[in-house]
Design a protein around this ligand. Structure first.
Ligand code: FES
Length: 82
């Protein structure tokens, strides 16, 4: 598809628009929550959207604890949700 780049989300190849955040990509894929809170096992995803709340954590290219709302998509990026 022209104008998109491929990334891996939980091991599955998906095509997304370049330049958007990881959180925007996940939302565009229909993922409104992508991890569980450790204490209450509650669904978590985008909340503040500006890097403050840490609700949107994902693993990017093997590095855990990355804020999906701040990270920009790049070709070949590997995103793992919890
Ligand atoms: S949504 Fe709050 S830090 Fe990402």
């Amino acid at each position: 598809m022209s104008g998109t780049i491929e990334i891996l989300v939980d091991g599955a190849p998906v095509r997304v628009r370049p330049g958007i955040s990881v959180a925007a990509a996940l939302l565009g894929l229909g993922r409104t929550a992508w991890r569980r809170s450790p204490r209450q096992d509650a669904a978590r995803g985008l909340f503040c959207g500006m890097g403050v709340c840490f609700e949107c954590l994902v693993t990017i290219d093997g590095v855990p604890g990355q804020r999906a709302c701040l990270a920009r998509i790049h070709p070949g990026m590997r995103v793992e949700t919890g």
